[in-house]
Design a protein around this ligand. Structure first.
Ligand SMILES: Nc1ncnc2c1ncn2[C@@H]1O[C@H](COP(=O)(O)OP(=O)(O)O)[C@@H](O)[C@H]1O
Ligand SMILES: [Mg+2]
Length: 265
């Protein structure tokens, strides 16, 4: 056996099955990957939803007939120029060459199906909790569930009980999600922190520079941690009101009634 090398594989959904595609466009079905509820499957869903950010790395041996698949946080660009897999026949990972018989149908699911989501919350969420974090398993599960479901969650408790730590750990533990933390306790100017600043530019005149928070709420799959919200300036509460309300979910950039609004992704 020659030395091992890596190739990058894109994940695609075809007829609700996850398919790995090599750089030459050849498709592979991975039976084990398609077992819902496994962590590899969950990661493949994340990769299929965000192909520019994640792709699979296949470890292949010299003659390209053996190998295994692993998931890496490899940006999609790495995929370009990767070596094509030509004969991925009976790899130990269960990767089998799959000749596509049917033409792909139009109804390609954008989001993981409900069954996967439930499976993930009930079977896998618990395993993501860091060992060092002391927290009731049910509370942890609830935290993960709300992230997956895109809902708000408020954590209360005495100082130093691990609220910030748990929020960061939960956001980091799920593949495919980014995290942005805003410490609202440390700002006296919530408008600048949450909305942005206007600046003067000699060429364009006065321009508006949106804050990182505005960018964060427009980015899908972003977990936004509003730390120390109980200490926030009252103005912050006003600004956040529409963002946090599940029925509204927008941010108005100015106080004027006809000012532009930013929709939460
Ligand atoms: N439940 C916990 N499990 C593990 N470590 C904890 C826990 N609670 C607090 N700690 C430790 O205390 C530190 C401070 O906790 P932190 O998350 O900032 O508390 P809070 O945000 O609730 O005030 C953490 O970084 C961690 O080292
Ligand atoms: Mg804290």
């Amino acid at each position: 056996m020659k030395s091992q090398r890596f190739v990058y594989l894109k994940v695609e959904r075809v007829e609700n099955q996850l398919i790995l595609v090599d750089s030459a466009g050849k498709k592979f079905l991975v039976p084990e990957l398609n077992e819902k509820g496994t962590s590899l499957y969950k990661r493949a869903v994340a990769a299929a939803n965000n192909p520019t950010k994640y792709c699979f790395k296949a470890r292949v041996s010299g003659n390209l007939t053996e190998g295994s698949v692993e998931f890496g946080r490899n940006p999609g660009e790495n995929f370009n120029g990767a070596e094509p897999v030509t004969n991925f026949n009976r790899p130990n990972g269960g990767l089998e060459q799959y000749e596509m018989k049917v033409t792909p149908q139009a109804e390609v699911a954008e989001k993981p199906v409900e069954e996967d989501v439930l499976n993930f919350i009930h079977n896998e969420a618990g395993g993501l909790k860091p060992q060092m974090l002391f927290m009731h398993p049910l509370k942890w599960k609830y935290l993960i569930r709300n992230i997956i479901r895109g809902k708000n969650i408020m954590m209360t408790g005495p100082a130093g009980c691990g609220k910030t730590m748990a929020a960061k750990a939960a956001a980091n533990s799920i593949e495919g999600y980014n995290m942005e933390i805003f410490n609202l306790g440390s700002t006296q100017d919530p408008r600048a922190t949450l909305i942005g600043n206007t600046q003067f530019d000699t060429k364009q005149g006065t321009v508006f520079n949106p804050s990182p928070f505005v960018k964060a709420i427009q980015t899908p799959n972003t977990v936004i941690v509003l730390d120390e919200i109980s200490r926030a300036h009252p103005e912050a509460h006003n600004i956040l009101m529409t963002v946090l309300d599940a029925g509204q979910r927008y941010l108005r950039l100015d106080e004027a009634a006809d000012s532009p609004v930013v929709k939460v992704a």
